[in-house]
Design a protein around this ligand. Structure first.
Ligand SMILES: Nc1nc2c(c(=O)[nH]1)N[C@H]1C(S)=C(S)[C@@H](COP(=O)(O)O)O[C@H]1N2
Ligand SMILES: [Mo]
Length: 375
């Protein structure tokens, strides 16, 4: 009869069972460098995106260049996705150490192992929650995505810096890299490049034909533009003839019907929707300049924030606030049309906000009220 080995003997023998000669400190360090660059870009663009969406008093996001947020958020999602194969390869290159025997050799090694454990867990958490968010798979996250993803990023950044400080002295090339290890590195790089090519077409339109994994593509959707949240999902019914847009400022209040809005001077702008989830697409929008609506209520020179509210009954994105500068910007519209047609209901019929260099999530659809904040 074959007896199973007792657990202790098994644990002691485990390290000898990992025999791949491809693993080496050189490979791990190289992968770490690439991963560090990807995470660095992802962290900076992510913190920026958070500041733009939840601006503290000292932060003012400009409305030019009009494509800036599209670029920074495209980079955030692209660098995060490229990190998936790099992180996988890096963890593969070191995971046998998880089974090192004895598990700790003293306080120093215990701290080191705890730090590396925290680092790995935070890195995997960030990448996994980011991908789940892109996939709208919120039921897989029994916690608030935003807070968890945001605060873990700082934990990860701190752990990366400590890890770098601890490992830098050991980074001098110990053994000259052999061709097989170079090939593993090239394979990880090729996997990262493939993931990028397979998804970046969600924002770089010419690449959309190869972007087989992109959840949304420019040009695909009602009126040639993707939809983030449909009217049905937001529980918004199609506005009827009783619809009025309420505009309130220091000079009073106006209740404008759709016909009233169409009689005001019309402007046309070419601006992207740049969703925080990484996709973006340009549309040709036309409608009324927000500046003209502000003039109607005596707020053409306002230095107060402007609140834009939706017909949507609830949800965190039913309203957004514009700084006074962007509110008066000639490119900021209350759009009535996309291309030559009235807005599709899912794009915000009867009217929506579209402003330059603004995260998609703040381009409020189904606008019902515009209010200049009182003093
Ligand atoms: N009222 C309201 N406006 C909204 C949203 C929403 O959920 N409710 N989603 C926003 C998000 S996240 C994006 S990316 C854009 C997408 O606009 P689109 O669906 O017309 O492409 O609308 C924004 N406007
Ligand atoms: Mo979005």
């Amino acid at each position: 009869m074959v007896r199973p080995p007792d657990p202790l003997t098994l644990a002691r023998s485990l390290p000898r069972r990992f025999t791949s000669p491809l693993r080496s400190p050189w490979l791990t360090a190289r992968l770490g460098m690439w991963l560090g660059i990807a995470f660095g870009v992802c962290f900076l663009t992510g913190v920026l995106s958070h500041l733009v969406q939840h601006p503290p008093g000292w932060f003012h996001w400009p409305s030019r260049p009009v494509q800036l947020y599209r670029v920074t958020q495209g980079l955030h999602v692209a660098s995060g996705l490229a990190a998936v194969p790099l992180l996988t390869a890096k963890i593969w290159s070191v995971y046998p150490r998880l089974f090192a025997w004895p598990p700790v050799r003293g306080i120093g090694s215990a701290l080191d192992r705890a730090a590396v454990g925290l680092l790995s867990a935070a890195a995997v958490f960030e990448v996994v929650t980011g991908v789940l968010n892109i996939a709208y798979w919120y039921s897989a996250m029994p916690f608030g995505f935003l807070g968890a993803h945001y605060w873990t990023a700082y934990l990860l950044a701190g752990a990366v810096l400590l890890h770098l400080a601890a490992k830098l002295p050991a980074l001098r090339p110990a053994a000259p890299p052999d061709p097989a290890r170079r090939r593993v590195l090239a394979l990880a790089g090729a996997a990262a490049a493939t993931v990028t090519a397979a998804t970046v077409g969600q924002t770089v339109a010419p690449l959309r034909r190869v972007s087989l994994l992109a959840p949304r593509l420019p040009g695909v959707g009602p009126q040639g533009l993707p939809v983030n949240k449909t009217a049905a999902a937001a529980r918004v019914a199609r506005a009827d003839a009783s619809y009025r847009l309420l505009v309130t400022g220091p000079g009073g209040r106006h209740a404008l019907s759709l016909a009233d809005l169409e009689r005001l001077p019309q402007a046309s702008v070419e601006l992207p929707i740049a969703c925080v989830e990484g996709w973006s697409a340009t549309g040709t929008w036309s409608g009324v300049r927000l500046a003209d609506l502000l003039r109607l209520v005596g707020a053409e020179h306002t230095d107060r924030p402007v609140r834009v509210e939706s017909l949507q009954p609830d949800g965190p994105y039913r309203e957004s606030v514009l700084d006074p500068g962007p509110a008066r910007d000639p490119l900021t519209l209350i759009a009535l049309r996309l291309g030559h047609e009235p807005l599709h209901l899912d794009h915000g019929y009867p009217c929506r906000l579209i402003a330059p260099n603004r995260p998609g999530v703040l381009q409020t659809k189904w606008v019902a009220a515009i209010t200049v904040a009182p003093r």
